[in-house]
Structure formats: structure tokens, C-alpha cells
Design a protein around this ligand. Structure first.
Ligand code: CMP
Length: 575
């Protein structure tokens, strides 16, 4: 069947089977991710039947990683991390060190190299964001301090993974793997490491300094075209472009580039829209990523090494949980919090696959280790609801014990207050924005019938201008540059021998823009004025997109022209 294993066949079979197994998994009350991995196993070379093209699948997986990391960057929130930093940072690092040591210990027992042990241990120590967020969402615990601690903890794990992805190629040779393909020939490991870190620093500096200036500007320009498709495309182009460009120019991993592309976008006012628009594609490629990981899995490991699998599972489910529990309690938080955090993190997923994949390609990890990590992921994700059930059962019993009931309560309450404040601040910001939009309509009834997206677009397009009493805002006979909407103050229009006063909520400067002629009148500020202006190009495109508004503005302009003509004719008749 090899001739069928084209891109289309691989993608089609991947999607169809991912859907079938994903659906089946969710009917069994398991995360669909399990189904995607099983679909991969089904089209993989280790099971009979259709075999997808592994090389193609690996490239699709790489795309999946880029988009996954982009998504992580897009949702990365410094504020979220800072709120829970006191427990999340030491907690995550402590847990990673412990879990890595456990994994490396197992590797030693099995006679693997130290390098293999470290990558193996690290892969077992990082939990899956996809699984954790879903689990917390299902339990309505995302906004609870316990959930926030778990999420912050995961952010630290993500950052550690990113760092490991950057350092692994440079350190690979030292750890007994293949040398870094980007290394300077003949250079020492330290030199390679130094150069890698320098490149990363240069890239990060560039991303942090230039990114927030260039990216929002670019997005604004695209948003002004009003094309949703172009906007989505620009988000993807930024994600893929930065990922690929940074890999080519700086030799940093795709994953790091994509992560920073996400972080840079995250800061812009368009981050919500960027996230919403790119989500379907992120989902699609993430699914292909899981399918291709499944393809690399040799299920015979279950029969060959059942005890090794049990040992790996014990590290993930028990070892990591006990470590997390110990750290959280030691940091002075309640046992219930520690239990929720432990259960949330008692699984591994995408980051482990990414790390294991890199470890394998660097010649550090044996195939067996990869299979064990995958088996561990499949089983720990499946067992995750059981962990939560155990926590639910243990929780009330612990609460019944007097001496530990109140332990850490004060610290948790303090965190709760801090998180509430943080949430209130974000809500206030969002409220300010929706108020801005409401004000826009209250102030300018002409925009009353526009939908939410159109109003948002207007807020992007409007440029503020000001004028003092006596300032000439428009001069008769000039070429038109913009239309003016008066948000404060009043102006006086001098046309022929008439003066007309226009005040807050009214607009001017539209006639010449519509007719393509010169300004028909002088307009002077008679008060301190604030205007919202739409430049010529934006005025035309925006009106072109909203014909009802165009008709409205057109009617008013025609009426003004008629009144001016009538006045001129009347004046001519009397003279
Ligand atoms: P424009 O011709 O671009 O520049 C001068 C502006 O004055 C014009 O657009 C209208 O917005 C405004 N204007 C002209 N005549 C009248 C009128 N009769 N009533 C109100 N506004 C007017």
C-alpha cells in the first residue's frame, strides 16, 4: 500500500482515524487526546493495515509543535505567573528536579547513559497543558486559587521545557549523543553552549525590543483592511515566519521562535482576535502532532516490558504527586491545595513528546525510552480522572482531621485576595473597552446599527485630533484628508454667507471625501474640541464595507449640498 502514502493519504487517514478514535475516547469519558494517539498507532508501521508516510508525519508533527508553542506563548501571562510565583516557581522546579532524578535513576537501573536518563527523567517531569486545562475546566477549578497555582506551575514547566529544547542540541554531545549540527567545527562544548546562549539572547532581545513595536503596528494595518481572512493569515504568517526565520537566522529551535511569536502577539490589543482566529489551525495541527507521535509508538512494549511501564507510571502518578504534595505543603499551603495540584500534574503529554522526540533525534534516547514515555502518557492521561476521584475522596477525610484542617488557610486566603484583585483589574480593562464602544454609539447615533466587530474596527481606525477655539480645522478649496467626528466641543461651518454650528456627536469633512472634489466650506473650532478622525482611505473602505452607513452619510451630505445650493441661489437672487 506504500504508493498510497502521500501527503493527502497521510493527512486524510490521520484526521479520519483521529476523529473516530477521539470521538470514541470522549464517549468513554477519556480526553480525546488518547484517541488521537491511538489513531497514530493504527496508521503507524508497528500495526497491520495502512501505513502512513512517517517522514511526512514527522514534518506535520513539527508544524504541530510550532503551533502548539505559539498557542502557549499566546496565552502566556506574566501576571498570572507572578500572582502565584511564590509557590509555582519553587514548586515546579523542585518537582522537576525530583521527577528527573527518579526517571534518571530508573534509566541507570536499566543501564542507559546519563544523557538518556536526564532526557527521560525530564520528559516524565513535565505535564500536559492540554490535559491539565481540560481537567480543571471540567471541574470548574480554573479560577480557584488551587487551579491558578496548577496553571502557574505549568507555565514554569513550559518555560523549563523551552529552555531544555534550546540547550539540548548544544549539550547533546557532552551527554553522549550526536553533536549539534549547528556547532562550530572543532569547538568545545562550552563554546557551542556559549554561542547557543548568545544567539538565543540576541533573538530574545530582538523579539522583546522590536516585536512589540512591529507586530501590533502590522496587525493594525491588516485590521484596517477589514478582511478577516487577511487578519488570520497575518497571525499565521507571524507565527510561522518568526519560527522559521529565527531557526534559520539564529539557529534557535522552531519551538522557541514560535513561543516568542506568541508572547509578542499576546501583548498586542489584538491578542484575543489572533487567538480566536488561529485556534482552528492550532487544533488541526496539534491533532496531527498527536497522531504522528502515536505512529512512532511500538505497542509491543506493553508485552515486552510490562514492569518497566509500571515503573514509569509510578514515577508519573505517584512520584510526581508525592513530590508536588510535599513541596506545596512545605511552602505553607493547605493539604487540599496540594492534592489538587498533585492530581492536575500527575500526567504527561505533549511537552514530554517534544522533549523525547528531540532526545531521540539527538541520538540520546533509545527507542525503548520513547515507547515507555508514550505508554506512560497514554496510561497516565487515562488514569488522571481516577487521580482526581482519589483527591475528592481524600479531601473531606483530611478536612475532618482537626490539626491539619486550618493549615495554610491564611496563606490561601491571601492568595485568593491577590487573585481577585488581579481579575478585577483585567475585568476593569475589558469593561473600559466595552464602555468605549458603548460611548461611541451613544455619542454618534449614526453608528447605532453597526455590529460589535464593526465598532471594534472603528476604534482601531479612529485617530484622535484636537483643536482650540479659533483654529481653522478645514479650509475651503483644500484637498480632503479625513472625515471628522466631534467627540467634544463645537465648530462653525462658513459656507457662502451662512454659518452653521456643529456640536458633539455631529461630523464634518465627509462631502469632499464622497464627491472627490475640494472642501466646500471653512470649518473653524469655536470651543476646545476633540475629534475622532477617519483618514481618506479608511473612510472609503469602511463605508464601502457598510453600505447602510454609506447611504446614511451620503444622504446627509446630499442634504447639506442642497441647502448650500439653495442658500447660494437665494443670495444670488437678492443681489
Ligand atoms: P467638506 O466639503 O469635505 O468640507 C467642509 C465641510 O463642512 C463639509 O465637508 C461638510 O461636512 C461641512 N458642511 C458643508 N456644508 C454644510 C452644511 N450646510 N451643514 C453642515 N455642515 C456642512
Amino acid at each position: 500500500m506504500h504508493h498510497e502514502a502521500t501527503l493527502i493519504a497521510t493527512v486524510a487517514m490521520g484526521f479520519v482515524l483521529a476523529f473516530v478514535f477521539g470521538f470514541a475516547a470522549s464517549r468513554l469519558r477519556l480526553p480525546p487526546l488518547i484517541g488521537y494517539l491511538v489513531a497514530g498507532v493504527a496508521v503507524g508501521p508497528f500495526t497491520p493495515g495502512f501505513v502512513a508516510d512517517a517522514a511526512l508525519a514527522a514534518q506535520l508533527a513539527e508544524m504541530g509543535v510550532i503551533l502548539l508553542m505559539f498557542g502557549v506563548g499566546l496565552h502566556f501571562s506574566v501576571a498570572d505567573l507572578m500572582a502565584v510565583r511564590r509557590v509555582a516557581i519553587p514548586g515546579a522546579i523542585g518537582q522537576i528536579v525530583l521527577a528527573t532524578a527518579l526517571g534518571a535513576g530508573l534509566a541507570m537501573v536499566w543501564g542507559w547513559s546519563l544523557g538518556a536518563g536526564l532526557v527521560f527523567g525530564l520528559s516524565l517531569s513535565v505535564a500536559s497543558t492540554v490535559v491539565l486545562l481540560r481537567a480543571l475546566e471540567d471541574r470548574n477549578a480554573l479560577d480557584h486559587p488551587n487551579g491558578r497555582i496548577a496553571v502557574g506551575w505549568l507555565i514554569v514547566e513550559d518555560l523549563v521545557t523551552v529552555l531544555a529544547l534550546v540547550l539540548l542540541p548544544a549539550l547533546s554531545e557532552l551527554l553522549g549523543g550526536r553533536p549539534d549540527p549547528h556547532a562550530t567545527p572543532g569547538g568545545s562544548v562550552l563554546l557551542t553552549l556559549g554561542i547557543t546562549l548568545l544567539k538565543v539572547a540576541a533573538f530574545v532581545a530582538l523579539a522583546v525590543v522590536l516585536g512589540p513595536k512591529v507586530v501590533p503596528w502590522l496587525l493594525k494595518q491588516v485590521a484596517r483592511t477589514g478582511s478577516r481572512e487577511l487578519f488570520t493569515l497575518s497571525v499565521l504568517a507571524i507565527a510561522m515566519g518568526i519560527a522559521y526565520g529565527s531557526a534559520e537566522l539564529f539557529g534557535v529551535s522552531f519551538a522557541l521562535g514560535a513561543f516568542f511569536a506568541g508572547v509578542v502577539l499576546n501583548e498586542s490589543e489584538f491578542s484575543h482576535r489572533a487567538a480566536a482566529n488561529s485556534l482552528p489551525l492550532q487544533d488541526a495541527f496539534a491533532i496531527l502532532f498527536f497522531v504522528s507521535v502515536g505512529m512512532l509508538f511500538d505497542p509491543s512494549i506493553v508485552v515486552r516490558e510490562p514492569f518497566a511501564i509500571i515503573a514509569v507510571l509510578l514515577v508519573i502518578v505517584l512520584g510526581k504527586s508525592i513530590a508536588a504534595l510535599g513541596v506545596v505543603v512545605a511552602l505553607g499551603y493547605p493539604v487540599a491545595t496540594a492534592l489538587t495540584v498533585s492530581a492536575s500534574l500527575a500526567q504527561i503529554g505533549e511537552f514530554s513528546f517534544i522533549l523525547a522526540g528531540l532526545g531521540k533525534s539527538a541520538g540520546l534516547l533509545p527507542q525503548e525510552a520513547f515507547d515507555l514515555i508514550l505508554a506512560g502518557a497514554l496510561l497516565s492521561i487515562t488514569l488522571n480522572p481516577v487521580c482526581f476521584a482519589a483527591v475528592d475522596m481524600l479531601g473531606p477525610r483530611i478536612a475532618a482531621v482537626k490539626s491539619i484542617r486550618n493549615y495554610g488557610a491564611r496563606r490561601l486566603a491571601a492568595l485568593q485576595t491577590q487573585l481577585t484583585m488581579l481579575r478585577e483589574r483585567t475585568e476593569a480593562r475589558e469593561e473600559a473597552r466595552s464602555l468605549q464602544m458603548k460611548n461611541l454609539v451613544d455619542l454618534f447615533p449614526i453608528f447605532g446599527h453597526l455590529d460589535h466587530q464593526a465598532r471594534e474596527e472603528l476604534l482601531v481606525l479612529f485617530q484622535p485630533r484636537m483643536a482650540s477655539p479659533g483654529d481653522r480645522v478645514l479650509r475651503k478649496g483644500d484637498r480632503p484628508d479625513a472625515a471628522y467626528f466631534i467627540s467634544e466641543g463645537a465648530v462653525q461651518v462658513d459656507v457662502g454667507n451662512r454659518t452653521i454650528r456643529l456640536a458633539q456627536g455631529e461630523f464634518f469633512g465627509e462631502m469632499a471625501l464622497l464627491s472627490g472634489e475640494r472642501r466646500s466650506a471653512d470649518v473653524t473650532a469655536v470651543d476646545f474640541c476633540k475629534f475622532l478622525t477617519l483618514d481618506r482611505r479608511d473612510f472609503r473602505t469602511f463605508l464601502g464595507r457598510y453600505p447602510q452607513l454609506r447611504a446614511h452619510v451620503g444622504e446627509l451630505a446630499a442634504e447639506r449640498a442642497r441647502a448650500n445650493r439653495a442658500a447660494t441661489e437665494a443670495a444670488a437672487a437678492t443681489s
